[in-house]
Write a protein that binds this ligand. Structure first.
Ligand code: IMP
Ligand code: MG
Length: 226
């Protein structure tokens, strides 16, 4: 991943592919100092990768871009459970558009392994046929989740689908899938907080942080698949 001297600004272009230049996570910006980790989290969290302030600022930029692209028609926001919980709440509270919200649940079958098959644990309730859909997920990692969910949504024949993720870990991509709106590009670290979990923990941290190696060892689990 390229190092950048400054956070990328949101472009004024109208094209969805270019409007939303993701921000590099804080350690890749000019001052490589890691923000302070609150004493409560020091044992488990090695460092803060994205602060609350950076999250808030970036999400507000993302909502502006989404608002431009979705104006004029009621949209359906489809959010992938459960990692999107905080991101989704902050994103939609700033979306000044009529919308309906639904959730889709997807989980990997072979628990604790990286290669488990994906199964749907919660189906959509809203009919998205001929609707403008925004699919929201926490992180685009291998891309397996996003491509399976997209495949399922496309079969329901929406009018348009755009994808939105808080984090993009491009280095681990296996599937040929991209997000239209990306909050932050991050390196290949396993991150937690702001909705993201490890073994269902740490979702409540208000920042995105890097977990200490020792936590994986204690739980004796692969960090990626639950
Ligand atoms: P993908 O199918 O490999 O793209 O992974 C997507 C899902 O894996 C995400 O929705 C997360 O639940 C989980 N995941 C991937 N990377 C991380 C991480 O660094 N921290 C927490 N969860 C992750
Ligand atoms: Mg998830």
């Amino acid at each position: 991943m390229e190092k950048s001297d400054r956070p990328a600004n949101v472009s004024k272009s109208k094209s969805p592919a270019q409007t939303h230049q993701p921000e590099p996570a804080s350690e890749m910006t000019e001052d490589r100092k890691s923000p302070h980790v609150d004493i409560r989290w020091l044992k488990d969290i090695e460092r803060v990768l994205i602060t609350e302030q950076q999250l808030a600022r970036r999400i507000s930029e993302m909502t502006q871009a989404i608002q431009r692209d979705f104006s004029g028609r009621e949209m359906v926001v489809v959010s992938v459970l459960s990692g999107t919980v905080m991101f989704l709440a902050d994103l939609i509270r700033h979306l000044n558009l009529p919308l309906r919200l639904d959730f889709i649940g997807v989980s990997s079958y072979g628990a604790g392994t990286e290669s488990g098959d994906l199964v749907f644990t919660k189906e959509l309730r809203i009919d998205v046929k001929n609707r403008d859909v925004l699919l929201v997920d926490d992180i685009l990692d291998t891309g397996k989740t996003m491509s399976r969910v997209l495949e399922k949504l496309k079969a329901l024949r929406p009018r348009k689908i755009r994808t939105c993720v808080l984090l993009n870990k491009a280095a681990r991509r296996v599937e040929n899938v991209k997000a239209d709106y990306i909050g932050f590009e991050i390196p290949d670290y396993f991150v937690v907080g702001y909705g993201l979990d490890f073994a269902e923990r740490y979702r409540n941290l208000p920042f995105v942080g890097v977990l200490h190696e020792h936590v994986f060892k204690e739980v004796q689990k692969s960090p990626y698949r639950k």
